[in-house]
Design a protein. Sequence first.
Length: 562
Amino acid sequence: MTSDIKETTAKEPLNFIEEIIENDIAEGKNDGRVHTRFPPEPNGYLHIGHATTIFLNFGLARKYNGLCNLRYDDTNPVTEETEYVDSILEDVRWLGFEPDNIFYASDYFGQLYEFAVQLIQKGAAYVDDSTAEEIAALKGTPTEAGQPSPYRQRSVEENLRLFEGMKNGEFPEGSRVLRANIDMASPNMIMRDPVLYRIKFAHHHRTGDEWCIYPMYDMAHGQSDSIERITHSICTLEFAPHRELYDWLIEQLGIFPSRQYEFARRNFSYTVVSKRKLLKLVQEGFVNGWDDPRMPTISAMRRRGFTPSALREFSRRIGIAKRENLVDLGLLEFCVREDLNKLSKRVMAVLNPLKLVITNYPEGEAEWLETENNPEDPESGIRLLPFSRELWIEQDDFMEDPPKKFFRLSPGQLGRLKSAYIIQADEVVKDGEGNITELRCTYFPESKSGQDTSGLKPKATLHWVSAAHAIPAEVRLYDRLFMVEDVDDDPRDFKDLLNPDSLVVIENAWLEPSLADALPGEYFQFIRMGYFTPDTDSKPGKPIFNRTVTLKDAWAKIAQKG
RNA sequence: UGGCCUAUGGUGUAAUCGGUAACACAGCAGAUUUUGGUUCUGUCGUUCAAGGUUCGAGUCCUUGUGGGCCAACCA
Protein backbone atom coordinates (compact mmCIF):
# COMPACT_ATOMS: atom_id res chain seq x y z
CA MET A 1 0.00 0.00 0.00
CA THR A 2 2.55 2.52 1.11
CA SER A 3 4.84 1.53 -1.71
CA ASP A 4 2.03 2.15 -4.19
CA ILE A 5 1.60 5.64 -2.88
CA LYS A 6 5.30 6.19 -3.18
CA GLU A 7 5.34 5.07 -6.78
CA THR A 8 2.56 7.34 -7.87
CA THR A 9 3.84 10.41 -6.03
CA ALA A 10 7.51 10.01 -6.90
CA LYS A 11 7.42 11.50 -10.38
CA GLU A 12 10.34 11.41 -12.74
CA PRO A 13 12.13 14.73 -12.98
CA LEU A 14 11.69 16.46 -16.31
CA ASN A 15 14.58 16.98 -18.68
CA PHE A 16 15.08 20.48 -20.04
CA ILE A 17 13.18 19.78 -23.25
CA GLU A 18 10.21 18.39 -21.37
CA GLU A 19 10.23 21.55 -19.29
CA ILE A 20 10.11 23.66 -22.43
CA ILE A 21 7.27 21.56 -23.82
CA GLU A 22 5.27 21.67 -20.62
CA ASN A 23 5.70 25.44 -20.46
CA ASP A 24 4.57 25.73 -24.07
CA ILE A 25 1.53 23.59 -23.37
CA ALA A 26 0.71 25.62 -20.26
CA GLU A 27 0.90 28.82 -22.32
CA GLY A 28 -1.32 27.35 -25.00
CA LYS A 29 1.39 27.67 -27.63
CA ASN A 30 0.57 25.82 -30.87
CA ASP A 31 -2.84 25.08 -29.32
CA GLY A 32 -1.09 22.70 -26.99
CA ARG A 33 0.02 20.62 -29.93
CA VAL A 34 3.34 18.70 -29.78
CA HIS A 35 4.83 17.54 -33.05
CA THR A 36 8.39 16.30 -33.34
CA ARG A 37 10.39 14.64 -36.07
CA PHE A 38 13.30 12.31 -36.47
CA PRO A 39 15.35 13.59 -39.45
CA PRO A 40 18.13 11.17 -40.42
CA GLU A 41 20.17 11.65 -43.56
CA PRO A 42 20.06 8.34 -45.46
CA ASN A 43 23.81 8.12 -45.91
CA GLY A 44 24.58 5.38 -43.41
CA TYR A 45 23.09 3.01 -40.90
CA LEU A 46 21.56 4.27 -37.68
CA HIS A 47 23.66 3.86 -34.56
CA ILE A 48 23.27 3.91 -30.80
CA GLY A 49 23.33 7.72 -30.81
CA HIS A 50 20.40 7.80 -33.22
CA ALA A 51 18.62 5.32 -30.98
CA THR A 52 18.64 7.79 -28.10
CA THR A 53 17.41 10.52 -30.47
CA ILE A 54 14.62 8.24 -31.69
CA PHE A 55 13.53 7.54 -28.12
CA LEU A 56 13.66 11.26 -27.41
CA ASN A 57 11.57 12.43 -30.36
CA PHE A 58 9.10 9.57 -30.56
CA GLY A 59 9.01 9.35 -26.77
CA LEU A 60 8.12 13.02 -26.41
CA ALA A 61 5.33 12.68 -28.94
CA ARG A 62 4.00 9.64 -27.12
CA LYS A 63 4.24 11.30 -23.70
CA TYR A 64 2.42 14.47 -24.75
CA ASN A 65 -0.12 12.84 -27.08
CA GLY A 66 1.60 14.38 -30.03
CA LEU A 67 2.93 13.19 -33.35
CA CYS A 68 6.37 12.30 -34.61
CA ASN A 69 7.38 12.16 -38.25
CA LEU A 70 10.18 10.23 -39.81
CA ARG A 71 11.75 12.58 -42.30
CA TYR A 72 14.66 11.62 -44.49
CA ASP A 73 16.93 14.61 -44.90
CA ASP A 74 17.89 13.70 -48.43
CA THR A 75 19.23 16.90 -49.90
CA ASN A 76 22.63 15.59 -50.97
CA PRO A 77 22.19 12.98 -53.72
CA VAL A 78 25.91 12.22 -53.83
CA THR A 79 25.99 10.32 -50.53
CA GLU A 80 22.46 9.03 -50.13
CA GLU A 81 21.09 5.62 -51.04
CA THR A 82 17.88 3.63 -50.78
CA GLU A 83 19.68 0.85 -48.90
CA TYR A 84 20.04 3.30 -46.05
CA VAL A 85 16.45 4.48 -46.36
CA ASP A 86 15.21 0.94 -45.90
CA SER A 87 17.47 0.12 -42.97
CA ILE A 88 16.47 3.31 -41.15
CA LEU A 89 12.76 2.50 -41.24
CA GLU A 90 13.44 -1.08 -40.17
CA ASP A 91 15.47 0.16 -37.21
CA VAL A 92 12.86 2.71 -36.12
CA ARG A 93 10.19 0.04 -36.18
CA TRP A 94 12.34 -2.47 -34.36
CA LEU A 95 12.82 0.07 -31.59
CA GLY A 96 9.06 0.08 -31.22
CA PHE A 97 7.84 3.13 -33.11
CA GLU A 98 5.65 3.60 -36.15
CA PRO A 99 6.16 7.06 -37.62
CA ASP A 100 2.98 9.14 -37.84
CA ASN A 101 4.20 10.28 -41.23
CA ILE A 102 7.07 9.23 -43.43
CA PHE A 103 8.34 12.19 -45.42
CA TYR A 104 11.38 13.13 -47.43
CA ALA A 105 12.94 16.56 -47.69
CA SER A 106 13.01 15.78 -51.40
CA ASP A 107 9.18 15.79 -51.31
CA TYR A 108 9.52 19.53 -50.86
CA PHE A 109 11.99 20.37 -53.60
CA GLY A 110 9.29 22.18 -55.58
CA GLN A 111 8.09 24.14 -52.58
CA LEU A 112 11.64 24.90 -51.50
CA TYR A 113 12.40 26.27 -54.96
CA GLU A 114 9.41 28.59 -54.60
CA PHE A 115 10.69 29.71 -51.20
CA ALA A 116 14.04 30.54 -52.79
CA VAL A 117 12.31 32.60 -55.48
CA GLN A 118 10.45 34.49 -52.77
CA LEU A 119 13.69 35.29 -51.03
CA ILE A 120 15.18 36.57 -54.28
CA GLN A 121 12.12 38.70 -54.94
CA LYS A 122 12.43 40.46 -51.61
CA GLY A 123 16.16 40.95 -52.05
CA ALA A 124 17.01 38.41 -49.38
CA ALA A 125 18.99 36.12 -51.68
CA TYR A 126 21.26 36.48 -54.69
CA VAL A 127 23.10 34.36 -57.20
CA ASP A 128 26.84 34.37 -56.69
CA ASP A 129 29.22 33.44 -59.52
CA SER A 130 32.21 33.14 -57.21
CA THR A 131 34.08 29.88 -56.84
CA ALA A 132 33.98 28.02 -53.53
CA GLU A 133 37.49 29.29 -52.84
CA GLU A 134 36.53 32.89 -53.54
CA ILE A 135 33.55 32.65 -51.26
CA ALA A 136 35.68 31.18 -48.51
CA ALA A 137 38.27 33.91 -48.95
CA LEU A 138 35.69 36.65 -48.44
CA LYS A 139 34.04 34.88 -45.54
CA GLY A 140 36.44 36.39 -42.99
CA THR A 141 37.38 34.59 -39.80
CA PRO A 142 35.72 34.28 -36.42
CA THR A 143 37.50 37.45 -35.31
CA GLU A 144 37.44 39.37 -38.61
CA ALA A 145 34.42 40.49 -40.59
CA GLY A 146 33.92 39.10 -44.07
CA GLN A 147 33.67 41.14 -47.29
CA PRO A 148 30.66 41.32 -49.58
CA SER A 149 30.75 39.35 -52.78
CA PRO A 150 31.07 41.38 -56.00
CA TYR A 151 27.81 39.75 -57.13
CA ARG A 152 25.84 40.82 -54.11
CA GLN A 153 24.24 43.86 -55.75
CA ARG A 154 22.63 42.09 -58.68
CA SER A 155 19.10 43.11 -59.55
CA VAL A 156 16.15 41.00 -58.55
CA GLU A 157 15.43 40.36 -62.23
CA GLU A 158 18.93 39.16 -62.97
CA ASN A 159 18.94 36.95 -59.88
CA LEU A 160 15.60 35.46 -60.86
CA ARG A 161 16.82 34.78 -64.38
CA LEU A 162 20.09 33.24 -63.24
CA PHE A 163 18.48 31.08 -60.55
CA GLU A 164 16.04 29.76 -63.11
CA GLY A 165 18.98 29.08 -65.39
CA MET A 166 20.61 27.15 -62.57
CA LYS A 167 17.49 25.09 -62.21
CA ASN A 168 17.33 24.47 -65.95
CA GLY A 169 20.83 23.11 -66.03
CA GLU A 170 22.29 25.99 -68.04
CA PHE A 171 25.36 26.36 -65.86
CA PRO A 172 28.05 23.86 -64.91
CA GLU A 173 28.37 22.41 -61.46
CA GLY A 174 30.17 24.75 -59.09
CA SER A 175 29.79 27.79 -61.31
CA ARG A 176 27.06 29.51 -59.33
CA VAL A 177 25.23 29.27 -56.01
CA LEU A 178 22.29 30.99 -54.44
CA ARG A 179 23.20 32.82 -51.26
CA ALA A 180 21.18 34.49 -48.56
CA ASN A 181 21.72 38.23 -48.32
CA ILE A 182 22.28 38.75 -44.61
CA ASP A 183 25.38 40.19 -42.98
CA MET A 184 29.00 39.56 -43.92
CA ALA A 185 30.08 41.10 -40.61
CA SER A 186 27.90 38.95 -38.38
CA PRO A 187 29.73 37.54 -35.37
CA ASN A 188 27.96 34.31 -36.25
CA MET A 189 29.82 32.86 -39.21
CA ILE A 190 26.71 30.99 -40.30
CA MET A 191 24.98 34.30 -41.01
CA ARG A 192 27.65 35.58 -43.42
CA ASP A 193 25.55 35.13 -46.54
CA PRO A 194 25.20 31.34 -46.30
CA VAL A 195 24.87 29.25 -49.45
CA LEU A 196 21.27 28.16 -49.95
CA TYR A 197 21.37 26.23 -53.22
CA ARG A 198 24.11 24.57 -55.22
CA ILE A 199 24.27 22.95 -58.66
CA LYS A 200 24.78 19.18 -58.70
CA PHE A 201 24.25 17.04 -61.75
CA ALA A 202 23.75 13.98 -59.62
CA HIS A 203 21.12 11.29 -59.69
CA HIS A 204 18.86 11.52 -56.66
CA HIS A 205 17.55 8.33 -55.08
CA ARG A 206 13.96 9.60 -55.31
CA THR A 207 13.74 12.51 -57.71
CA GLY A 208 16.11 10.98 -60.24
CA ASP A 209 17.40 13.58 -62.69
CA GLU A 210 14.51 15.99 -62.23
CA TRP A 211 16.69 18.46 -60.38
CA CYS A 212 20.19 19.72 -60.89
CA ILE A 213 20.07 22.20 -58.03
CA TYR A 214 19.73 21.01 -54.47
CA PRO A 215 19.00 22.99 -51.31
CA MET A 216 21.60 23.12 -48.55
CA TYR A 217 20.74 21.89 -45.07
CA ASP A 218 19.78 25.36 -43.85
CA MET A 219 17.48 25.95 -46.80
CA ALA A 220 15.78 22.60 -46.37
CA HIS A 221 15.63 21.56 -42.76
CA GLY A 222 13.79 24.42 -41.09
CA GLN A 223 11.48 24.81 -44.07
CA SER A 224 10.62 21.12 -43.95
CA ASP A 225 9.92 21.47 -40.24
CA SER A 226 7.67 24.41 -40.99
CA ILE A 227 5.83 22.69 -43.83
CA GLU A 228 5.11 19.75 -41.50
CA ARG A 229 4.14 22.20 -38.73
CA ILE A 230 6.71 20.68 -36.40
CA THR A 231 6.47 22.42 -33.04
CA HIS A 232 9.70 21.26 -31.44
CA SER A 233 12.61 20.60 -33.74
CA ILE A 234 15.23 18.87 -31.63
CA CYS A 235 18.78 18.57 -32.85
CA THR A 236 22.31 18.29 -31.53
CA LEU A 237 24.39 21.11 -30.13
CA GLU A 238 26.55 21.64 -33.20
CA PHE A 239 23.50 23.10 -34.92
CA ALA A 240 23.01 25.77 -32.28
CA PRO A 241 24.72 28.47 -34.40
CA HIS A 242 22.31 27.56 -37.20
CA ARG A 243 19.32 28.48 -35.09
CA GLU A 244 19.73 32.16 -35.91
CA LEU A 245 19.51 31.34 -39.62
CA TYR A 246 16.69 28.87 -39.00
CA ASP A 247 14.67 31.66 -37.41
CA TRP A 248 15.74 34.23 -40.00
CA LEU A 249 14.48 32.13 -42.91
CA ILE A 250 11.17 31.42 -41.18
CA GLU A 251 10.81 35.14 -40.54
CA GLN A 252 11.70 36.12 -44.12
CA LEU A 253 9.30 33.59 -45.60
CA GLY A 254 6.56 34.25 -43.08
CA ILE A 255 5.92 30.54 -42.58
CA PHE A 256 4.93 28.43 -39.58
CA PRO A 257 7.38 29.14 -36.77
CA SER A 258 8.85 25.78 -35.80
CA ARG A 259 11.36 26.19 -33.01
CA GLN A 260 14.74 24.51 -32.74
CA TYR A 261 16.18 23.16 -29.49
CA GLU A 262 19.59 21.63 -29.07
CA PHE A 263 20.97 18.92 -26.80
CA ALA A 264 24.44 17.43 -26.50
CA ARG A 265 25.08 14.41 -28.68
CA ARG A 266 26.13 11.29 -26.83
CA ASN A 267 29.62 9.88 -27.01
CA PHE A 268 30.18 6.30 -25.99
CA SER A 269 33.18 4.59 -24.51
CA TYR A 270 35.22 2.11 -26.55
CA THR A 271 33.42 2.82 -29.81
CA VAL A 272 32.83 5.50 -32.43
CA VAL A 273 29.58 6.94 -33.78
CA SER A 274 30.89 9.19 -36.49
CA LYS A 275 29.29 8.04 -39.75
CA ARG A 276 32.53 8.79 -41.55
CA LYS A 277 34.45 6.43 -39.28
CA LEU A 278 31.79 3.74 -39.31
CA LEU A 279 31.70 3.85 -43.10
CA LYS A 280 35.46 3.46 -43.17
CA LEU A 281 35.33 0.41 -40.91
CA VAL A 282 32.84 -1.17 -43.30
CA GLN A 283 34.49 -0.15 -46.56
CA GLU A 284 37.99 -1.11 -45.53
CA GLY A 285 36.92 -4.44 -44.12
CA PHE A 286 37.77 -3.91 -40.48
CA VAL A 287 34.33 -5.30 -39.73
CA ASN A 288 32.01 -7.54 -41.71
CA GLY A 289 29.40 -4.99 -42.73
CA TRP A 290 27.18 -2.42 -41.04
CA ASP A 291 25.49 -5.10 -38.97
CA ASP A 292 28.67 -6.79 -37.75
CA PRO A 293 27.73 -7.40 -34.12
CA ARG A 294 30.74 -5.42 -32.93
CA MET A 295 29.43 -2.25 -34.55
CA PRO A 296 27.44 0.32 -32.54
CA THR A 297 24.72 0.34 -35.20
CA ILE A 298 21.16 -0.56 -34.33
CA SER A 299 21.18 -3.38 -36.87
CA ALA A 300 24.35 -4.78 -35.34
CA MET A 301 22.94 -4.62 -31.83
CA ARG A 302 19.78 -6.35 -33.00
CA ARG A 303 21.84 -9.10 -34.61
CA ARG A 304 23.95 -9.41 -31.50
CA GLY A 305 20.92 -9.98 -29.32
CA PHE A 306 20.30 -6.64 -27.64
CA THR A 307 16.63 -5.97 -27.01
CA PRO A 308 14.70 -2.81 -27.89
CA SER A 309 13.59 -2.47 -24.30
CA ALA A 310 17.17 -2.63 -23.04
CA LEU A 311 18.07 0.13 -25.45
CA ARG A 312 15.09 2.15 -24.32
CA GLU A 313 16.00 1.72 -20.67
CA PHE A 314 19.60 2.67 -21.40
CA SER A 315 18.42 5.76 -23.19
CA ARG A 316 16.17 6.68 -20.28
CA ARG A 317 18.94 6.23 -17.73
CA ILE A 318 21.56 8.33 -19.51
CA GLY A 319 19.08 11.16 -19.78
CA ILE A 320 19.54 14.26 -21.81
CA ALA A 321 21.48 17.46 -21.25
CA LYS A 322 23.70 20.01 -22.93
CA ARG A 323 27.14 19.15 -21.65
CA GLU A 324 29.95 17.14 -23.14
CA ASN A 325 29.77 13.52 -22.14
CA LEU A 326 31.28 10.11 -22.55
CA VAL A 327 28.70 7.52 -21.65
CA ASP A 328 29.99 4.28 -20.15
CA LEU A 329 28.84 1.48 -22.43
CA GLY A 330 28.94 -0.72 -19.32
CA LEU A 331 25.60 0.80 -18.48
CA LEU A 332 24.18 -0.54 -21.73
CA GLU A 333 25.51 -3.98 -20.81
CA PHE A 334 23.81 -3.65 -17.46
CA CYS A 335 20.50 -2.81 -19.14
CA VAL A 336 20.86 -5.72 -21.55
CA ARG A 337 21.57 -8.16 -18.71
CA GLU A 338 18.71 -6.78 -16.66
CA ASP A 339 16.26 -7.36 -19.50
CA LEU A 340 17.65 -10.69 -20.68
CA ASN A 341 17.78 -12.04 -17.13
CA LYS A 342 14.01 -11.79 -17.03
CA LEU A 343 13.20 -13.15 -20.47
CA SER A 344 15.89 -15.50 -21.64
CA LYS A 345 15.58 -19.27 -21.53
CA ARG A 346 18.36 -20.99 -19.59
CA VAL A 347 20.16 -23.64 -21.59
CA MET A 348 23.43 -25.50 -21.33
CA ALA A 349 26.27 -25.11 -23.78
CA VAL A 350 29.94 -25.97 -23.45
CA LEU A 351 32.23 -23.60 -25.31
CA ASN A 352 35.64 -25.10 -24.56
CA PRO A 353 34.92 -28.79 -24.09
CA LEU A 354 36.67 -31.21 -21.78
CA LYS A 355 35.50 -34.81 -21.87
CA LEU A 356 34.18 -36.13 -18.59
CA VAL A 357 33.54 -39.85 -18.14
CA ILE A 358 31.44 -41.11 -15.25
CA THR A 359 33.05 -44.47 -14.63
CA ASN A 360 30.24 -45.88 -12.47
CA TYR A 361 27.45 -44.89 -14.87
CA PRO A 362 26.32 -47.68 -17.22
CA GLU A 363 27.56 -47.52 -20.79
CA GLY A 364 25.07 -46.90 -23.57
CA GLU A 365 22.36 -45.71 -21.19
CA ALA A 366 20.68 -42.34 -21.00
CA GLU A 367 18.10 -40.73 -18.77
CA TRP A 368 16.12 -37.55 -19.26
CA LEU A 369 16.28 -35.09 -16.41
CA GLU A 370 13.99 -32.19 -15.64
CA THR A 371 15.39 -28.68 -15.64
CA GLU A 372 13.75 -25.31 -15.30
CA ASN A 373 13.59 -23.00 -18.30
CA ASN A 374 13.97 -19.83 -16.34
CA PRO A 375 14.10 -19.52 -12.55
CA GLU A 376 13.23 -15.81 -12.91
CA ASP A 377 9.97 -16.65 -14.66
CA PRO A 378 7.68 -19.15 -12.92
CA GLU A 379 5.52 -19.35 -16.06
CA SER A 380 8.38 -20.65 -18.19
CA GLY A 381 8.03 -24.28 -17.15
CA ILE A 382 10.49 -27.12 -17.40
CA ARG A 383 12.06 -29.27 -20.08
CA LEU A 384 14.00 -32.54 -20.27
CA LEU A 385 17.74 -32.91 -20.70
CA PRO A 386 19.57 -36.09 -21.72
CA PHE A 387 22.21 -37.37 -19.29
CA SER A 388 24.67 -40.19 -19.96
CA ARG A 389 28.06 -41.64 -19.10
CA GLU A 390 30.12 -39.32 -21.28
CA LEU A 391 29.67 -35.58 -20.96
CA TRP A 392 31.31 -32.38 -22.06
CA ILE A 393 32.17 -29.86 -19.39
CA GLU A 394 33.95 -26.51 -19.56
CA GLN A 395 37.74 -26.69 -19.49
CA ASP A 396 37.81 -23.78 -17.05
CA ASP A 397 35.74 -25.79 -14.58
CA PHE A 398 38.59 -28.15 -13.77
CA MET A 399 42.00 -27.35 -12.37
CA GLU A 400 44.53 -29.98 -11.49
CA ASP A 401 46.36 -27.67 -9.12
CA PRO A 402 43.85 -25.01 -8.07
CA PRO A 403 44.42 -21.83 -6.08
CA LYS A 404 42.71 -21.45 -2.69
CA LYS A 405 39.64 -19.58 -3.88
CA PHE A 406 38.89 -21.94 -6.77
CA PHE A 407 36.00 -24.13 -5.75
CA ARG A 408 35.10 -25.90 -8.96
CA LEU A 409 36.35 -29.39 -9.83
CA SER A 410 39.84 -30.50 -8.91
CA PRO A 411 41.26 -33.91 -7.99
CA GLY A 412 39.23 -35.45 -5.16
CA GLN A 413 36.75 -32.57 -5.07
CA LEU A 414 32.98 -32.71 -5.41
CA GLY A 415 30.89 -30.83 -7.92
CA ARG A 416 27.21 -30.61 -8.74
CA LEU A 417 26.22 -31.15 -12.35
CA LYS A 418 23.38 -28.68 -12.82
CA SER A 419 19.97 -30.40 -12.69
CA ALA A 420 21.73 -33.80 -12.50
CA TYR A 421 24.06 -35.52 -10.03
CA ILE A 422 26.93 -34.75 -7.74
CA ILE A 423 30.22 -36.11 -9.00
CA GLN A 424 33.71 -36.52 -7.66
CA ALA A 425 36.82 -36.01 -9.78
CA ASP A 426 39.00 -39.11 -9.57
CA GLU A 427 41.51 -39.24 -12.34
CA VAL A 428 43.04 -37.10 -15.05
CA VAL A 429 43.97 -38.54 -18.46
CA LYS A 430 46.69 -36.71 -20.39
CA ASP A 431 48.19 -36.87 -23.84
CA GLY A 432 51.90 -37.16 -24.60
CA GLU A 433 52.40 -33.41 -24.14
CA GLY A 434 50.81 -33.32 -20.73
CA ASN A 435 47.53 -31.75 -21.87
CA ILE A 436 44.46 -32.93 -20.05
CA THR A 437 42.29 -34.86 -22.49
CA GLU A 438 39.76 -36.46 -20.21
CA LEU A 439 38.50 -36.35 -16.68
CA ARG A 440 37.27 -39.55 -15.02
CA CYS A 441 34.73 -39.21 -12.23
CA THR A 442 32.30 -41.16 -10.13
CA TYR A 443 28.74 -40.03 -9.48
CA PHE A 444 26.44 -40.42 -6.50
CA PRO A 445 23.14 -41.95 -7.67
CA GLU A 446 21.28 -40.73 -4.56
CA SER A 447 22.24 -37.10 -5.29
CA LYS A 448 19.87 -36.68 -8.22
CA SER A 449 18.65 -33.12 -8.54
CA GLY A 450 15.35 -32.56 -6.75
CA GLN A 451 15.59 -35.80 -4.77
CA ASP A 452 19.02 -35.55 -3.25
CA THR A 453 19.44 -37.65 -0.11
CA SER A 454 23.23 -37.81 -0.27
CA GLY A 455 23.84 -35.07 2.29
CA LEU A 456 26.77 -33.95 0.15
CA LYS A 457 27.41 -30.22 -0.18
CA PRO A 458 29.56 -29.44 -3.22
CA LYS A 459 30.65 -25.84 -3.47
CA ALA A 460 30.20 -25.47 -7.20
CA THR A 461 27.55 -26.22 -9.77
CA LEU A 462 28.73 -26.96 -13.28
CA HIS A 463 27.00 -26.89 -16.64
CA TRP A 464 27.45 -29.81 -19.00
CA VAL A 465 26.02 -31.53 -22.07
CA SER A 466 25.69 -35.21 -22.86
CA ALA A 467 28.32 -36.05 -25.50
CA ALA A 468 26.10 -38.53 -27.31
CA HIS A 469 23.23 -36.03 -27.59
CA ALA A 470 25.08 -32.75 -28.03
CA ILE A 471 24.90 -30.78 -31.24
CA PRO A 472 27.95 -28.96 -32.61
CA ALA A 473 27.86 -25.22 -33.10
CA GLU A 474 29.98 -22.22 -33.89
CA VAL A 475 29.97 -19.54 -31.22
CA ARG A 476 31.15 -15.98 -31.77
CA LEU A 477 32.41 -14.06 -28.77
CA TYR A 478 32.52 -10.28 -28.99
CA ASP A 479 34.46 -7.75 -27.03
CA ARG A 480 34.75 -3.96 -27.24
CA LEU A 481 35.63 -2.76 -30.75
CA PHE A 482 38.35 -0.38 -29.57
CA MET A 483 41.05 -0.65 -26.96
CA VAL A 484 40.81 2.92 -25.68
CA GLU A 485 37.91 4.43 -23.82
CA ASP A 486 37.75 7.76 -25.62
CA VAL A 487 38.53 6.96 -29.24
CA ASP A 488 37.74 10.43 -30.58
CA ASP A 489 40.02 12.04 -28.04
CA ASP A 490 43.01 9.87 -28.94
CA PRO A 491 45.62 11.52 -31.19
CA ARG A 492 46.32 8.23 -32.97
CA ASP A 493 44.44 7.11 -36.07
CA PHE A 494 41.26 5.41 -34.91
CA LYS A 495 42.00 2.35 -37.05
CA ASP A 496 45.16 1.74 -35.03
CA LEU A 497 43.07 1.61 -31.89
CA LEU A 498 40.92 -1.35 -32.88
CA ASN A 499 40.82 -4.21 -30.40
CA PRO A 500 42.40 -7.24 -32.13
CA ASP A 501 40.37 -9.54 -29.87
CA SER A 502 37.00 -7.96 -30.55
CA LEU A 503 35.89 -11.19 -32.24
CA VAL A 504 36.83 -14.69 -31.08
CA VAL A 505 35.30 -17.56 -33.01
CA ILE A 506 34.79 -20.89 -31.32
CA GLU A 507 34.36 -23.52 -33.99
CA ASN A 508 33.56 -26.54 -31.88
CA ALA A 509 31.18 -25.75 -29.07
CA TRP A 510 28.63 -28.33 -27.92
CA LEU A 511 25.01 -27.42 -27.29
CA GLU A 512 22.19 -29.25 -25.60
CA PRO A 513 19.86 -30.74 -28.25
CA SER A 514 16.94 -28.40 -27.54
CA LEU A 515 18.92 -25.64 -29.27
CA ALA A 516 18.84 -27.37 -32.65
CA ASP A 517 15.93 -25.32 -33.93
CA ALA A 518 16.69 -21.96 -32.31
CA LEU A 519 16.06 -18.95 -34.54
CA PRO A 520 17.52 -15.43 -34.71
CA GLY A 521 15.48 -13.18 -32.46
CA GLU A 522 15.32 -15.76 -29.68
CA TYR A 523 17.22 -14.97 -26.52
CA PHE A 524 19.10 -17.54 -24.46
CA GLN A 525 21.26 -17.63 -21.42
CA PHE A 526 23.96 -20.25 -21.71
CA ILE A 527 24.13 -21.02 -18.03
CA ARG A 528 27.19 -19.52 -16.35
CA MET A 529 28.51 -18.29 -19.73
CA GLY A 530 26.40 -15.36 -20.82
CA TYR A 531 23.53 -14.37 -23.05
CA PHE A 532 23.49 -15.70 -26.60
CA THR A 533 21.31 -15.50 -29.68
CA PRO A 534 21.39 -17.36 -33.00
CA ASP A 535 23.22 -15.41 -35.69
CA THR A 536 21.67 -14.69 -39.06
CA ASP A 537 24.53 -16.66 -40.65
CA SER A 538 23.15 -19.86 -39.09
CA LYS A 539 22.34 -22.65 -41.53
CA PRO A 540 20.22 -25.73 -40.91
CA GLY A 541 22.47 -28.25 -39.19
CA LYS A 542 25.10 -25.59 -38.55
CA PRO A 543 23.90 -23.22 -35.88
CA ILE A 544 25.95 -20.14 -35.12
CA PHE A 545 25.45 -18.24 -31.89
CA ASN A 546 26.46 -14.71 -30.97
CA ARG A 547 27.39 -13.83 -27.45
CA THR A 548 25.30 -10.79 -26.67
CA VAL A 549 26.98 -10.05 -23.36
CA THR A 550 28.74 -12.04 -20.68
CA LEU A 551 27.30 -12.68 -17.27
CA LYS A 552 28.85 -10.71 -14.46
CA ASP A 553 31.79 -12.85 -13.47
CA ALA A 554 32.94 -12.66 -9.86
CA TRP A 555 35.40 -15.49 -10.37
CA ALA A 556 37.12 -13.71 -13.26
CA LYS A 557 37.68 -10.78 -10.93
CA ILE A 558 39.09 -12.95 -8.18
CA ALA A 559 41.30 -14.86 -10.60
CA GLN A 560 42.62 -11.63 -12.06
CA LYS A 561 43.61 -10.32 -8.65
CA GLY A 562 45.50 -13.54 -8.01
C1' U B 1 40.31 41.60 -29.97
C1' G B 2 34.32 37.27 -32.39
C1' G B 3 29.76 34.46 -31.46
C1' C B 4 27.24 30.39 -29.27
C1' C B 5 27.02 26.23 -25.74
C1' U B 6 28.83 24.21 -21.25
C1' A B 7 31.15 23.09 -16.08
C1' U B 8 27.70 18.69 -9.79
C1' G B 9 31.18 11.71 -7.04
C1' G B 10 35.06 7.34 -11.54
C1' U B 11 30.61 7.68 -15.32
C1' G B 12 25.67 9.58 -16.64
C1' U B 13 21.91 12.57 -14.69
C1' A B 14 18.67 15.12 -10.35
C1' A B 15 18.12 18.98 -6.86
C1' U B 16 11.52 23.64 -10.58
C1' C B 17 10.94 31.34 -5.48
C1' G B 18 18.01 30.70 -2.35
C1' G B 19 16.63 26.10 2.58
C1' U B 20 19.96 18.89 4.92
C1' A B 21 23.49 17.77 -2.58
C1' A B 22 20.35 12.85 -4.45
C1' C B 23 19.38 8.54 -8.02
C1' A B 24 21.51 4.90 -11.15
C1' C B 25 25.84 2.41 -13.02
C1' A B 26 30.80 1.23 -11.70
C1' G B 27 33.93 0.05 -7.13
C1' C B 28 34.44 -2.19 -2.22
C1' A B 29 32.45 -5.54 1.92
C1' G B 30 28.90 -9.10 3.43
C1' A B 31 24.21 -12.41 3.24
C1' U B 32 21.36 -15.81 0.12
C1' U B 33 21.90 -19.09 -4.04
C1' U B 34 21.77 -26.38 -7.62
C1' U B 35 24.31 -20.28 -12.56
C1' G B 36 31.07 -17.38 -8.71
C1' G B 37 24.37 -15.27 -12.30
C1' U B 38 19.95 -13.20 -9.92
C1' U B 39 18.23 -11.06 -5.29
C1' C B 40 19.27 -8.49 -0.64
C1' U B 41 22.22 -5.47 2.91
C1' G B 42 26.00 -2.19 3.98
C1' U B 43 29.87 1.13 2.19
C1' C B 44 33.21 4.62 -0.49
C1' G B 45 32.90 9.09 -2.91
C1' U B 46 30.37 15.23 -5.61
C1' U B 47 29.00 21.32 -6.69
C1' C B 48 35.74 24.51 -11.83
C1' A B 49 38.24 28.86 -8.99
C1' A B 50 38.33 33.43 -6.26
C1' G B 51 35.63 37.26 -4.38
C1' G B 52 30.64 39.27 -3.15
C1' U B 53 25.12 39.44 -1.57
C1' U B 54 22.44 36.57 2.28
C1' C B 55 20.71 33.93 8.63
C1' G B 56 21.58 30.46 4.56
C1' A B 57 24.42 29.81 -2.32
C1' G B 58 25.14 24.05 -6.80
C1' U B 59 21.34 27.83 -7.59
C1' C B 60 21.97 35.09 -7.45
C1' C B 61 26.17 38.98 -8.72
C1' U B 62 31.44 40.03 -10.29
C1' U B 63 35.98 38.42 -12.22
C1' G B 64 38.57 34.46 -13.91
C1' U B 65 39.69 29.36 -15.64
C1' G B 66 38.67 24.72 -18.23
C1' G B 67 36.02 22.05 -22.17
C1' G B 68 33.04 21.93 -26.83
C1' C B 69 31.06 24.00 -31.52
C1' C B 70 31.30 27.69 -35.71
C1' A B 71 35.29 30.09 -41.35
C1' A B 72 31.92 22.50 -46.75
C1' C B 73 28.72 24.41 -52.87
C1' C B 74 28.11 18.11 -45.90
C1' A B 75 24.15 17.27 -42.55
